[in-house]
Design a protein around this ligand. Sequence first.
Ligand code: ADP
Length: 161
Amino acid sequence: MTVAVYPGSFDPVTLGHMDIIGRTARMMDRVVVGVLQNSSKTPLFSVGERVEMLKKVTSHLDNVEIRSFDGLLVDFVHSCHANVIVRGLRAITDFEYELQMAHTNRVMAPDIDTVFLTTNLNYSYVSSTIVKEIASYNGNLEAFLHPEIAGMVREKSRSRG
Ligand code: ADP
């Protein structure tokens, strides 16, 4: 049984993340999406909200589970009885950091492999950061987010003023 963990901040989940989750679910027996709690950035959404948003947009995928975690990723992967970490690569700018993380994780946990999926070209430019910036200027979010998530981002952004 191949179990993969797809970790990230998902603040908020974008169509790019959803594409990676769907493709991973087709390749692996089980996928755990790990929502990082101790992000150094101040998130727009609480970890509980991010988990709920991910549950909403993955409810049609039977082999996908959403969990939150803090601490070392490799410890979380072991606690999920997983053996693969999945990360998305959008551009060469992602590569250096991702390679360093993959090597570090492999030294700490040689039983875990990191697998990189190249982004779907349609979403290669999409990031949670850009989405939040557009929302702060009341821009249209439907090209980047699931419609329900777009509504939640608009509302949150408005309430933050
Ligand atoms: P982090 O804060 O750890 O980068 P993110 O939630 O921003 O977390 O991203 C989680 C993972 O999803 C990372 O591997 C990132 O490269 C990947 N990712 C983010 N946006 C996209 C996208 N548009 N297409 C493909 N992969 C993406």
